[in-house]
Each structure stands twice: as C-alpha cells, then as structure tokens.
Design a protein around this ligand. Sequence first.
Ligand code: GCU
Length: 419
Amino acid sequence: MKRALIVASILLTCSVYAQETINYDESMVPTFIIPDMMVCNDGTRVTDVMTWEQKRRPEIMEYFFSQEYGRTRYEKIPVSYEDISRDRKALGGKATCRQVRFVFSNGEKKLEAIAMMMIPNKRKGKVPVFVAYNFKGNHSTVDDPAIEYSPNFGLVKKPDSPDWERGCQKSRWCFEKIIDRGYAVITMCYHDIYPDAHGQEMTDHSIVSLFPDYLERGTFSDAWGAIGAWAWGSSRIVDFLETQKWADLDKIAIMGHSRQGKAALWAGAQDERFKVVISNDSGCSGAAMAKRVFGENVARITRVFDWWFCPAYSFYSDNEAAMPFDQHELIALMAPRHVYVASAQEDRWADPKGEFLATSLASPAFELYGMEGLGTLEWPGIHQPIMHDVGYHIRAGVHDVTDYDWERYMDFCDLCFGR
Ligand code: GCU
C-alpha cells in the first residue's frame, strides 16, 4: 500500500506539471487495445453465467474498487427518518410531495440529508420509482417555498449565489410528465452526502467521515472518494424506499447526470436493487471509454476533481493505455439488469462516441444471460434511440438533462418493467 502511495504521489506531481492537452480530433484518438472483459485474469475465457458471476465479475469490481472509485465501506451507519412535510396537492393535485430528513449517526457524530419525493396520487398499487440526485438542492427542482434548503448547501454556495433561487434548475425535472406516466421520483441534494468541493472541510461534512477508518484513510491508495460516497447514498435512499408501502421495489431505476451519471453507474454496479441504471452525459470516468482519450481525460479529471476518486486512479494520468480495464466493463456490471446511456451531440467534453462505444462493448455480459445488448457498433443518428435490454440515445444540444431524455428513460423503463 505504501509503495503504491509513493508511486501515486510521484505520478501526481508529474501530472500537475504535464502539458494537459484535451483532444477533440477524432484522427488523434490513439489506437488502443480494448480490455477483453470475457477473459479472466488467469486467462480463462468466460462462456457461462457461473464463471462470470463467481470469477470474472468480482475481478472487474476489484478494478473499480482498487483503482478508480475506491473501496466502499460496508459498516452499517444507523439512520433515522423524520417526516418534514407532506403536501397532497402538489402539481395541481396530481402528486404528493414529501420531504423526509435522513439522520445518519455513528454515535458520536450526526449528518443530515433531506429526501424529496413526488408520488403520483392516482395509482393502482405500488409505483415504479426513479432515484436521482439533484445538483442544486431540492429547492432548485420546484418553485414551492415549503421545500427546505439542503443542510450542506451553505458549505458549497456563497450567500449571493443564484443557486439559492427556488426552481433554478427545474428545467431538469419534468415532474408533471413523470407523474402522468405513473412514476414516482425521489431526489436529494448530492452535497448532503458529500459536499462537492475541494478541501478537508468538505470531507469532514461527508458521510465518509462517519466510518471507523476515517482518520487513517488518507494513507490508502484505494480510499473511497466522493463518487463512492454518492453511490453509497443512493443505496441508502433505496433502504428508505424499502420502508415505503407505495414504492414498487422490483421497479427501481437510478438516473444520474454527468458526475452523478458516473455515481449512478457505480451505484448500479454495487446494488442490485437498482433494476434500471441510467447514465445521462456521464463522460470521463462514467460511460465513456477512457482509452479513447477524447475530451476530458484521466489527467485532467483527477487533477481538478481529485476528491471524486481513490488516489490510485491518478496512476493513469496521461497513461490510459496502461489501464487493465475500461469503462465498458463498468456498464457490463449491470447485467442481468438493464442499463441506458445517453449522450448529447454538443457535449464533446464527455466524448459521446466513447459513451456509445462503451455501451456497445458491454454487450457480451448481457448476452451471457440471453439478453440483447445494443447489437451494433454503428453510432445511431440523433434522436434515434436504441432500446433493447440495453439502451442508448444521442440527442441534439448541450450537456444537460432535458424532457427528451426523461421521456426516453420512461419509454425504456416501461419496456424493462413490462408496463
Ligand atoms: C465537469 C467535469 C465532468 C463532469 C461535469 C458535470 O465538466 O469535468 O467530469 O461530468 O463537470 O458533472 O457536470
């Protein structure tokens, strides 16, 4: 572990001084070897589900635990839920809007997070649910003044930030359309789980600080970072859903945008209660193939967002070719559940083509279960979604979450859930 850390710090220092070039030229994409996810580390070829589940899948998980997101802690952190409000007349009476405070405590220290739900009022039996973090607080998703500010928001936002404005990001949350199609949504501000900014103070306010090894973790090359923490938090939201009579636990989807798309994929890989895993524009260290080194790359992401990953990930700064794994293997970890990846045409930073490629290359894992992957290496046109057991679309426009995206996610979930 120590040696790994020394190597990490040398590489880190080098990468800070390395010329950080961002490539947007397809002809400059290096020729690379795609790691064969169907071959185990000892050379055994995977041809059946048993070898995949018992041997190869754990090996792939280990890559992501030890070399990218870090090792998730499994000690149980006690949590209590406190009802804050319940408005049965939300969205013109179509939905019930609830707020519930989660209080995480390790006996010495407490942290709070607030979940906000929109639950359809018109329902026959249990309803499918989207779990999805928001970036700018629950208050940013609707205009309603009764929505509380997220406990950690003040840590990351200055008092004069426009992000305190109610409804400031409601364009990303077409609640009415979602409710009309019979889905519920549960959201939470991701800063409540791990405040997304640089510095020790942020980590001290994150759930990571509640775990027993917190003070020593700085010395571990595989210490988990914010993406691991956000993924952990999504699973805690599912724990809460398990206490709710209205939630259909066989129909839980997780949707994450951008950095939250990375976290959604990682959550889906670890928690099989997510039956559909959706990555919206997740890009580098999410759905995009790292070895294409197109748009954002490992050197840049680990320099600017070092707290998202485990320290070992920066071994691959300017050195993606040396990675013994790549992001198509993360997508493959969802099998035999469902996964959907979405790109935006102008979002070159996230390498849309690399997102498509990784999704397509994940197919063999699904095929082991008799499921259908994307079935093509030909990048589909704009607004021509592919929906098999694995789905993909690229839409026109920039890095964002739009109604078009949500509508496709609901189409895909309808298919997967047999609705
Ligand atoms: C930055 C970052 C991306 C990330 C994005 C986002 O652009 O470089 O990796 O996905 O922010 O979360 O919006």
